[in-house]
Design a protein around this ligand. Sequence first.
Ligand SMILES: Cc1cc2nc3c(=O)[nH]c(=O)nc-3n(C[C@H](O)[C@H](O)[C@H](O)COP(=O)(O)O)c2cc1C
Ligand SMILES: Nc1ncnc2c1ncn2[C@@H]1O[C@H](COP(=O)(O)OP(=O)(O)OP(=O)(O)O)[C@@H](O)[C@H]1O
Length: 283
Amino acid sequence: MEMQKNSSTLVNKKTITSIAIGGFDGMHIAHQELFKNLDENGAIVSIESGFANLTPKRYRQEYSNYPIYYYVLDNIKHLEGDQFIKLLNEEFPNLKKIVVGYDFCFGKNRKYCTKDLKELFHGDVKIIDEIKLDDIAVHSRVIREYLKDGEIEVANKLLGKEYKIYGHQIKGQGLGSKSFVPTINLKVNEFLLPKEGVYITKTILEEKEYNSITFLGHRVSTDGSFAVETHILNEDIKNNNYTTQIKFIKKLRENLKFDSFEKLKNQILEDIETTKKYFINIY
Ligand SMILES: Cc1cc2nc3c(=O)[nH]c(=O)nc-3n(C[C@H](O)[C@H](O)[C@H](O)COP(=O)(O)O)c2cc1C
Ligand SMILES: Nc1ncnc2c1ncn2[C@@H]1O[C@H](COP(=O)(O)OP(=O)(O)OP(=O)(O)O)[C@@H](O)[C@H]1O
C-alpha cells in the first residue's frame, strides 16, 4: 500500500556517473544538500548500520528521486581505503564524481576520511561543509534528540519536512468510541517515536491525508499500556486495516494522569478544539 519508488532495482549501475555516500537516516536538509551536487545520472549509496529509525531502509526512497543502493556496513567496514574505492569503481564502472560531507570517514577503523578520498579516487570529489540551520548542526542524531524531547517543530525544520511514521492498525481497549472519541490504534515498528504526549498531526489513510490529533504514550489514566492512537477530525473513519502514516506537526501537551474518565474526556475534547483552531488558522 505504501507509495514506494524502488528505482534501485530498475536503474543499471553502469549508467551512474555520480554518487553521494553516507548513512542518510532522515534524508534531512543536509543530506538533500549533498544530493543537489549529483548530476542527472546520480545515485545515493546508503551504508546500513542497522540503527536507522527516522527513515528505516524501506521508507527512504520516498525522499529522493535518485536511486538508492544499500550496502551493509558490517560487510565493508574492514576494507582498506584503496579496496573501498576499488569496490565503488567495480559497482559503478562509469563513476566520475563522489559527493560526501565534511565528516565522512570510511574503511577499517574509520581511518580514511575526506583527504584520503580525494587522494584515492581518480575523479571529482566534492566535500560539503557542515550545514547548519539557525546555528544548529543538521545531523540525524541531533534530530533524534529533538524528537525525543517532543520538539517537533525544530525537528521538522531540520528534516525539511514533517516527521512521518508508518504503523499498522490494531485493536484498542474498546473504550475510545464509547467513553472518549473514536481513535485508530497503531502498532509502530522501526520508527523512533517522539516524546509521550498529545500532538497535532496529519494522518494518511489510503493516500488521503486528514487533519488529526494523536496521543502517544502510556495510558496512565486507564490501563497503563502503551498506545499510539489517532483521532481524525471532522470525519467518521472506519478502521480499515491499511497501513497508516502519521505526520507530526506540533506538540500540544504532555501525557497526563487524570483521576476520572470525565476529566480525561473533557481534556480530550478541549485538545480537539485547539487542534481544529490550529488547522483553521493555517489554511
Ligand atoms: C487526544 C487524546 C488525548 C489523550 N490524552 C491522554 C492522557 O493525557 N492521558 C492518558 O492516560 N490517556 C490519554 N488518552 C488516551 C485515552 O486514555 C484513550 O483514548 C482511551 O484509553 C481509549 O483507548 P482505546 O482507543 O484503546 O479504547 C488520550 C487520547 C486522545 C485521543
Ligand atoms: N550537517 C551536515 N553538513 C554537511 N554534510 C553532512 C551533514 N550531515 C551529514 N552530512 C554528510 O551526509 C552524508 C551522510 O552522513 P550521515 O548519514 O552520517 O548523516 P548524519 O546526519 O551526520 O548522521 P549521524 O548523526 O548519525 O552521524 C555523509 O557524507 C556526511 O558527511
